[in-house]
Design a protein around this ligand. Structure first.
Ligand code: SF4
Ligand code: SF4
Length: 84
């Protein structure tokens, strides 16, 4: 599944450059960082674990229950993003 940033994000910007898929950006309306679920592969194709979750100092990144996707689907998403 894709991951989701919770509303208690403190906008520290640490996660944004760590995403290999450029899925994280600052949302000027919500005024927090957000994850584009179409680009989030849970880091499948790059790392064993979601790297944004690993670096977030307040643990405000969680699985998105609305975007439950198993590993094969995540890998397919990765392949589509990179035309592999
Ligand atoms: S889990 Fe990985 S791919 Fe998804 S937003 Fe976080 S760093 Fe990016
Ligand atoms: S690392 Fe966590 S607190 Fe910092 S911007 Fe990302 S989601 Fe927000």
């Amino acid at each position: 599944m894709a991951l989701k940033i919770l509303s208690n994000c403190i906008n520290c910007s640490v996660c944004e450059p760590e995403c290999p898929n450029l899925a994280i950006s600052y949302d000027t309306t919500k005024k927090i960082y957000v994850i584009n679920p179409d680009l989030c592969t849970e880091c499948v194709g790059f790392y064993d674990e979601p790297t944004c979750d690993a670096v977030c100092p307040i643990n405000c990144i969680e699985p998105d229950p609305d975007r439950i996707e198993e590993k094969p689907i995540l890998f397919e998403k990765y392949r589509k993003i990179y035309n592999k």
